[in-house]
Design a protein around this ligand. Sequence first.
Ligand SMILES: [Zn+2]
Length: 223
Amino acid sequence: MPARAAPKTVILLMGPPGSGKGTQAQALQERYGLERIETGRILREIAKEPSDRGRRVQTFVDSGRLAPPPMVAQLVAEEARRILAGGGGILFDGSPRTLAEAEILSRLLSDITDRVLVIMLDVPKSESVARILKRWICTDCKRPQPPMPDIAEACRLCGGKLEKRADDTTAIVEKRWEEYTFRTLPVIEYFNRQGKVARVNGNRPISDVVSDVAHIVTERLGI
Ligand SMILES: [Zn+2]
């Protein structure tokens, strides 16, 4: 199916860990031809520029230190602005992660578009934890697999060997939930006060969630 045009459109996909953001992001990207905002890639590209900001980013890339969050947020927002100014649409998947970053992004995009939609995938914590602990990934094609019981067989796509992701443990999932609750929920609240959030029940089969998300996009953005 050819992508539908989504000019000057910003879709932010948010939700707790294990809510299926990656899967829904892929579906949205294919359906609307959105450009996915990936912070790491943006920083690596800026580092190559022969400019002041290029040299500033390069020092962080070279030293392996993390760039300060406000600086990263500013650079990501500038990149988003550039894509929107060219008539494109963009997708944020799980970011911005903090209120400060959300405010920087909103400020930089406010005069270029008001077509901003936050899709919040609702999944109860018990379900999210169960999904993550059952998650397997293929060592060959690196594609995630549908949740399965403890003993996983071969990859459903290429027959490769499956393994658990190293960070899919109970302790790390708890930590990701804590981070989500204290840092990301305020971001969703912030956009909610602007009337930009649509909630979707993510605790259903993937295809049902995909079609709900498509309906919301049509209803809210007319595409
Ligand atoms: Zn595979």
